[in-house]
Design a protein. Structure first.
Length: 468
């Protein structure tokens, strides 16, 4: 337990919305007692003894409650968190941390967090953590991680903005330019077993039956890899800010931190028809040989064929469709088919390949390097042969010695797989360019980067499958 917390103005207060969390709360309360001074909790209509467990804890200073309901239908995470933030003001807290009942900070992470807010954290910033899913037991995890923003300094009048589900609970008063990433790690128990993964999937399907807030939740059911690394405590010498790790990695040529382990690319090869019917239209040879020699040297990668991935938009007129193909402005990608491969993919990064997509030599290596710095979208200098709208968010010259963080959604890019899965994958019909998809990623808090030395060219015509 913490020694003599300042109950008048707690240094660190944990905010937790909980529903049917009885199995997780004992471990949760034991964990947060090591680094938090107080907890403000909300029981969201539980049908188990969540409320009584919270009420019996001396750490829980304020307990809110919603009326009991039998399912997750009507779950309003935004409203719950707004109530928690408002209620916490009564404690005059200094720092606030969002943590769910099925999440943990191990003792070393908790100690580092406490030291960080005491000595280094800035009151005008919000801070991000990496969430790693624990699998099978409390000692093994998947190396794929999700960035979340959970820590900020309290100030009177703070409000949250965002949709009912899948929001980033950072006050609107803290601009995105002040969202900074840390090396702190959260353990997530929500998918520990197959039964828990199914329960989590059912929860979101009840709360979002029309997939209004995420187009597909099936990724929640995915089984973990057979080989899983063992969780290891953080080093006391590890820098607290991710930007420090990136700077060190850039100077030494190494990959930054835990998130970079095992990074690889899944190349999604976009086919106009059935891969079993070779030769494939538009390809000079076997689609599996689309990579040029040297393109992926030194990169752990796989190629996944996506059947029937390219089609003509419904509004395309007959003159636009010819045996030679169609212009890119008339093309749609089959997001449902692509998502099937996205769920199966083993790579941490996904990238499209097609005869009409061209990448400069060394582009994939540079893209991987940028993804390893934490960016979800990595693009370059595009040359649009068919005069599609240019990417005005890019730096003025592809020859710049340094890349640039983008303030607007990029056109074509590579993606972090976990970022795509977080927003439900690709939309059912993906129109080119991909700005709408990338805008959704940026709205969810992910960043885009234009990497120096990377060029991605799109040139038509595109061979597509036409209805018979």
């Amino acid at each position: 337990m913490l020694a003599e917390p300042d109950v008048a103005s707690p240094l660190l207060t944990c905010l937790v919305p909980a529903r049917n969390a009885a199995q997780d709360l004992p471990g949760f309360l034991e964990s947060v007692a090591l680094f938090c001074d107080a907890v403000v909790a909300l029981d969201d209509g539980s049908t188990d003894n969540t409320a009584s467990l919270l009420a019996s804890s001396s750490l829980v200073r304020i307990l809110l409650a919603n009326p009991r309901r039998e399912t997750y239908h009507g779950w309003d995470d935004a409203a719950n968190r707004a109530r928690l933030l408002e209620a916490a003001s009564a404690l005059k807290p200094r720092w606030l941390l969002w943590l769910d009942a099925d999440e943990r900070l191990d003792p070393a992470e908790g100690q580092a967090l406490r030291q960080f807010i005491t000595a280094q954290a800035m009151a005008d910033s919000a801070y991000g953590f990496r969430v790693f899913p624990l699998r099978n037991d409390l000692e093994h995890y998947e190396e794929r991680c999700l960035w979340v923003y959970r820590l900020f300094h309290h100030a009177p009048g703070q409000i949250l903005e965002g949709r009912r589900l899948h929001l980033f609970p950072i006050p609107a008063q803290i601009p995105r330019s002040r969202w900074r990433r840390t090396t702190l790690r959260i353990q997530h128990l929500g998918g520990l077993t197959a039964a828990r993964r199914r329960s989590r999937y059912d929860k979101y399907r009840q709360a979002d039956p029309a997939c209004e807030f995420q187009t597909d939740y099936r990724a929640l059911l995915r089984d973990p890899p057979a080989a899983l690394p063992r969780w290891t405590p953080r080093s006391p010498h590890e820098p607290m800010l991710w930007e420090e790790v990136v700077a060190t990695a850039s100077s030494t040529g190494s990959a930054p931190g835990h998130a970079a382990r095992g990074l690889s690319i899944s190349f999604l090869v976009l086919l106009p028809g059935d891969a079993a019917e070779l030769p494939c239209p538009g390809f000079e040879g076997d689609p599996l040989e689309i990579l040029q020699p040297g393109d992926a040297d030194g990169l752990d990668h796989e190629l996944l064929l996506v059947d029937n991935a390219v089609s003509v938009l419904p509004e395309a007129t007959p003159p636009q469709a010819s045996p030679e193909g169609v212009g890119l402005e008339s093309v749609a990608l089959n997001g449902l088919a692509i998502n099937t491969r996205l769920v199966e993919a083993k790579g941490e990064i996904v990238c499209f390949l097609a005869p009409w997509l061209h990448y400069s030599p060394g582009a994939f290596r540079r893209m991987v390097e940028a993804h390893r710095r934490g960016f979800a979208m990595v693009t370059g200098a595009h040359h649009h042969a068919d005069q599609l709208s240019g990417d005005r968010s890019l730096p003025p010259s592809s020859g710049d010695s340094m890349g640039a963080v983008l303030g607007t959604p990029p056109d074509l890019c590579s993606w972090r797989r976990d970022a795509l899965l977080e927003i439900g994958g690709f939309p059912p019909m993906l129109r080119l360019p991909c700005r709408d998809l990338n805008a959704a990623l940026m709205a969810a808090g992910w960043q885009a980067y234009a990497a120096a030395g990377v060029q991605m060219d799109r040139s038509g015509p595109v061979t597509v499958s036409h209805p018979s």
